[in-house]
Design a protein around this ligand. Sequence first.
Ligand code: F6R
Length: 608
Amino acid sequence: MCGIVGYIGNNAVADELLNGLKNLEYRGYDSAGIALNDNKKIAVFKASGKLANLKAVLHEKNAKNCSSFMGIGHIRWATHGAPTIENAHPHLSNDGNLVLVHNGIIENYKELRQKLQNHGVLFHSQTDTEAAVHLFAEEYKKCGSLEKAVRNALPQLKGAFAFVIMHHAEPDKIIAVRKNAPLIIGCGKGENYVVSDIPALLGKVSRIIHLNDDEMAVVKKDEVIVKDINGQIIQKELEKVDMVADVISKNGYAHFMLKEICEQPSILRKVMQAHVQKQKICLDDAKIVVDFAQVQKIVIVACGTSLHAAMVAKKVWEEWLQFPVQIEAASEFIYQTNLLDEHSLVIGVSQSGETADTITALKLAQKYKAQIMVLTNRIDSSIVRYASSVVPLNAGVEISVAATKSYMAQLAAFYWLGLLMAQKLNKISHDDWQQKLQSLIQLPEKIEEVLSHQDNINLIAQKLADYPAVVFMARGFNLPTAYEAALKLKEISYINANAYPAGELKHGPIALLDENMPVLALFEKGETAPKLLSNCEEAKARHAPVIGIGGAKCSDIFDAYIETPEIEACFSPLLLCVPVQLLAYFTAKALNCEIDQPRNLAKSVTVE
Ligand code: F6R
C-alpha cells in the first residue's frame, strides 16, 4: 500500500527521491521518509503526514548538502503502528549501517521480533517492517554481503513485500526484492531507479524492468542484474514506458478528481472506437480464452467501487443473458463456502490490480480450477498473473484516491462483455443488439450534457455540505449507483452517507428521517419510477429535504433536482454515476476537504 523509490546516480539524490515520491503520493500519505548513503554514514530523514512535512525537515536539516550517490524513499499508508515518526520508513538497523523501505505486510513479524529480541536486538517502532531490517542486519553480520544477507533472510519472511535496501559498506548498489507487492526498475544512462509504480519514473527514464515475485535486483549506477532466489542470473527484457507525463498533471483543473470525472466521455469514445469495428464487437486488446457456452456459473469478486460496478453487471447481465450472476465482496469470498469448479467463471475487477483481497479471492478460485478473468486498469499489475483472460479498462492512470473514471471504464467493460456474451450465446436479436449499440454510442454526448450542469450541482452541494448525514435511495439498475454515490460522498467529504433500496426505507431506515436528513433519490425510466416517487413522498412527509437525480423532473415535491438526458433504464447507471460523482466532489470542496487524498485512505489496498 505504500510507495517506494530508490535512486542511484549522479543527480541530487534527495530531489530525485522527493520527485518520485510526489508521483506516488496516491499510494499513501500517513508519513514519508528518505535515507541517503553518504560517505560518513546512512542519514535518515522522516516526517509524519504528507510529503510537504518531509520537505520541511530536509530543508531544516540541510539534507540536500549530503554528498550521496544513492538513496531510498518511502511514503506510508499505516498498517502496523500509528503514523508517527518512529513508525515511518526508512527503518535503520541498530548499527546504523543497513537501511530499508518496505511495502506489504510481514505476517510473521511477531515471532521474528520475539526471536530477535531474545538475541538482544532492540526495537524502536511498532511496525512489522522493523523485524525485517534487524533480520537482514543479523544475516549481514554472519556473511558480510548485502546480497547474501537478503537471500538468507528471505525464506524466514512470510507475507507480502517489496523491499529496497542499502548498506553503508556497499555504497555502489541498491538491492530490490519482491513477493506479492509491485516493484519496477527504471533504467537510465549512468543512473537507475527502483519504484513501486510507473508514475514515479515519468520524465525520467523510458525503459523499465518489471520485477517478478522471488526475483532480486542488484541495482548499480551502470547496470542492473536480476537474479532468482538462489542467486542465478535471470535475463530480463527491457520494456518501454508507455505512459505520458501528462497523466500526472491536473491540466488546469483544481483537483485530479474533477479532471478524471471530466475525462469520462473521451475515455468512452476511445474504448468504443477500439471495440466496435464494422458493427461487430472486437475486444481486440483483451485476451479472452473463455468458452462462454461451457460456463455454468459466473461469480464476480471485487472491493469498494469496483464491487459496485460488479453489482451493475449482475443486474444488466442477468437481464441480457438470462443467466444467474453472483457478486461477492472479495474479502468475504475468501472465508465462505464457494461452490466452484472448472465450469465456473470467476471475474475479478480491480482498478489497481493490486488489491490484496481480490487477488486472494482469485487465488482461491484457481484452487477450484475455475476459469479466471480479470478486468483491470493496470495490465502490468499483480492480478493479471492469476487470470487466463484479461480485459484492460483503458481509463488511463487514476490519481485521485476516489475512483471515478475507472468506475466508468469498469461499467463500460461490463456492458461490452455483456453484449459480446449475448451475441456469442445467441441471447440477443439483431435489432436489439443494434439498439443497445446505439445507446452506448450516444452515451459520451449525454455525459457531456451532465458535465455542463456543474453549476446547478455545485449549488445543491453547497446546501448538502451543511448536513451531517444523508440517505441515497434507488430501485432497479441504479441501486449500485446509490451505493457508489454514498461511498463517494463519505470518503471525500466525511458526511455520513448511506444507501438503501428505496423499498427498504420503510422497514427501518425511515426512522432516521427528519428535516436534518436529506434524501437523494436516483430515478430511471420504467416501472420503478412511480414507486420511487412514492418513497420520496414518504420522505417528504417526514420533513426530509428531498433531492431527485435522473431523467426529467417528474414532480414538484423535490427541494432540488438534477436532470439528466433520457436513457434506457439498463444503461442509466453509466449516466447517473456522473452527477453523484460531481455532487460528492463539490460537497467536499465546499467543506474544504483534501479531495484527492482523503484521510485514512490510499489508492490501492495491498493488505487483507
Ligand atoms: C473508492 C475506491 C475504493 C476502491 C477499492 C478497490 O473510491 O477507490 O473503494 O474501489 O479499494 O480498488 P481496486 O479497484 O483497485 O481493486
